[in-house]
Design a protein around this ligand. Structure first.
Ligand SMILES: [Zn+2]
Ligand SMILES: [Zn+2]
Length: 260
């Protein structure tokens, strides 16, 4: 058990944490707020993980298979307590949010009995890492390692050039921005291994695909990605309106995303 985990109960007693979403004393994200988090659920595209009215393969993935990344799974919509929690972890350095949010990643892996050899957190460029002092994806992966015992390889994949923040880029610009930004280190032994990339939030998945490309080149046999949240995606709610076809649902999602 790590030092932070051992001293946590004492620190909590002396300086009770406050929920980053509702401000209540007791936890960095309280149970009430976590209960409000919106899971993406099972009706998704089995490749890119985007929500659909029914489980299947979205039209973009039919046209452009996302190999060598086998699939992306994001657990929650990036809104409310989840986006607030992830932002507080990343930008305010509330590192104690990593075990709270990382727990959902462990639960997903356990519940789906995923057979994974190594976890690889999406790396930050060394410059960004020096500014922030930690990599939030690595803290999330570390939580899974402590819970399930799947080893995290934090040094095997590196971001070899700084990239622009992806937030205001189009899908095409994102791909260009991250192409060739990642490289596998010489001591990595990826041959024949099943890898799970871990990140806090995914949008188009361009970063994850660039990582997967580098890992695949280095011999990894199967690469998946798991993130706490997916941003800029919209599910068509079938409980308020007649069910849309998967095609219509996808077009609606894509149109909404393009304008955001
Ligand atoms: Zn709360
Ligand atoms: Zn898809």
């Amino acid at each position: 058990m790590g030092f932070r985990r051992r001293v946590r109960p004492i620190l909590d007693l002396l300086f009770p944490p406050r929920c980053v979403y509702c401000g209540k004393l007791g936890a960095h994200l309280c149970e009430g707020c976590l209960a409000e988090a919106q899971p993406i659920g099972k009706d998704i595209c089995i490749r890119c993980g985007n929500p659909m009215t029914q489980r299947g393969l979205c039209h973009r993935c039919r046209r452009h298979p996302i190999d060598p990344l086998r699939g992306i799974r994001g657990l929650f919509f990036y809104k409310g307590p989840i986006s607030q929690g992830l932002r507080a972890l990343k930008y305010q350095g509330v590192r104690d949010l990593a075990p709270i949010l990382g727990r959902y990643l462990s639960a997903y892996i356990r519940d789906h009995a995923l057979s994974i050899d190594y976890l690889i957190p999406v790396p930050l460029h060394s410059q960004r890492l020096a500014e922030r002092g930690f990599n939030q994806s690595e803290l999330l992966a570390q939580e899974v390692t402590e819970t399930l015992g799947i080893p995290t390889q934090r040094a095997w994949l590196q971001r070899i050039r700084p990239t622009q923040p992806q937030a205001h880029l189009t899908r095409e610009q994102r791909l260009v921005n991250v192409a060739g930004a990642f490289a596998v280190t010489a001591d990595a032994s990826l041959h024949g291994q099943t890898i799970l990339l871990i990140d806090d939030v995914a949008t188009t998945g361009a970063t994850l695909r660039a990582c997967a490309h580098a890992l695949h080149q280095a011999g990894a046999s199967e690469i998946w990605a798991l993130t706490v949240a997916r941003a800029h995606i919209h599910t068509v709610r079938t409980d308020h309106q007649p069910a849309l076809s998967a095609e219509e649902a996808f077009l609606l999602w894509d149109g909404a995303r393009r304008h955001s």
